[in-house]
Design a protein around this ligand. Structure first.
Ligand SMILES: NC(=O)c1ccc[n+]([C@@H]2O[C@H](COP(=O)([O-])OP(=O)(O)OC[C@H]3O[C@@H](n4cnc5c(N)ncnc54)[C@H](O)[C@@H]3O)[C@@H](O)[C@H]2O)c1
Length: 259
């Protein structure tokens, strides 16, 4: 059958995006906007529930179908309420975007000197949180006989030189393990690894020495806009990406090519 651009349509699909609500110009808000634009109904969820509701309201005012809710992705009971809310509002779940993470909240410490309680907190949010959300969404995807999980990792994991990088590399491992386990059920699991993105958090977590390194090593522009990640998300979430699983797509201006 000839290829049709309809393969990028998400009409009738239901998506959850975590981590879209606490800050201005967030990547999660751009993801939610792109999914709405492609026709999906979107549940926007964040630890900052009011922020998530504000993002959903803005999307609805632009003609999208979106609602917002509070979630703490480290708490299975809270995540259960999140997936139930998506199911009740929109009648199922097709797409889960595990985008929530600790990044700007972290004060830099060498891995060798990170207190164990901080380390555990980082892993609880950035690794376990995505797994808890995936496990909670799976029964709904199984009911559909298909599903898409997209995990937000980071160029900072290649190689990992910080606790944050280690957490994102662990999430790559969760991605490949779930992809291998779930492929025969029609569920794809992939990751997007952005370079430096000009979200509010991205700007706050890119001090000058880091920016200088990016200016020297990134093939294209050192910094991208949140919307520049959306095309990749839509490929991975839509029928056009049905044969892609277990992959990490680097959307980073070519930062991965650094010497
Ligand atoms: N901005 C960048 O340069 C960049 C680069 C690479 C990867 N990333 C990744 O992209 C994603 C979004 O980044 P952003 O720049 O929009 O940052 P952001 O801080 O705006 O988004 C992260 C969101 O996660 C939420 N969150 C944190 N803990 C949570 C919890 N326990 N439960 C629910 N929500 C929780 C925060 O409230 C926040 O809204 C993150 O996964 C980040 O690691 C960002």
């Amino acid at each position: 059958m000839a290829f049709s651009l309809d393969a990028f349509s998400l009409k009738g699909k239901v998506a959850i995006v975590t981590g879209a609500g606490a800050r201005q110009r967030s990547i999660g808000a751009a993801y939610a906007g792109g999914l709405c634009a492609a026709g999906a109904s979107v549940l926007v969820a964040d630890l900052n529930g009011e922020g998530a509701k504000a993002v959903a309201k803005e999307l609805s005012e632009r003609g999208g179908k979106a609602i917002g809710t509070h979630v703490d992705i480290t708490d299975p009971a809270s995540v259960k309420r999140m997936v139930e809310a998506a199911n009740e509002a929109f009648g199922g779940i097709d797409i889960l975007v595990n985008n929530a993470a600790l990044m700007v909240e972290l004060s830099y410490k060498p891995v060798s000197a990170t207190p164990l309680d901080e380390w555990n907190r980082l892993m609880a949010v950035n690794v376990n949180g995505a797994l808890i959300c995936s496990q909670a969404a799976l029964p709904y995807m199984r009911k559909r006989g298909a599903g898409r999980i997209i995990n937000q990792v980071s160029g900072g994991a290649f190689p990992a030189t910080s606790g944050y990088g280690v957490s994102k590399l662990a999430l790559v491992g969760v991605t490949t393990a779930l992809a291998a386990e779930l492929g025969r059920e029609g569920i794809t699991v992939n990751a997007i690894a952005p370079g430096n993105v000009a979200s509010e958090a991205g700007k706050l977590s890119a001090p000058e020495p880091f920016m200088e390194m990016l200016r020297r090593t990134v093939a294209l522009r050192p910094t991208g806009e949140p919307d520049e990640l959306v095309g990749t998300l839509l490929l991975l979430a839509s029928p056009a990406g049905a044969w892609i699983t277990g992959q990490v797509i680097h959307v980073d201006g070519g930062w991965i090519l650094r010497p």
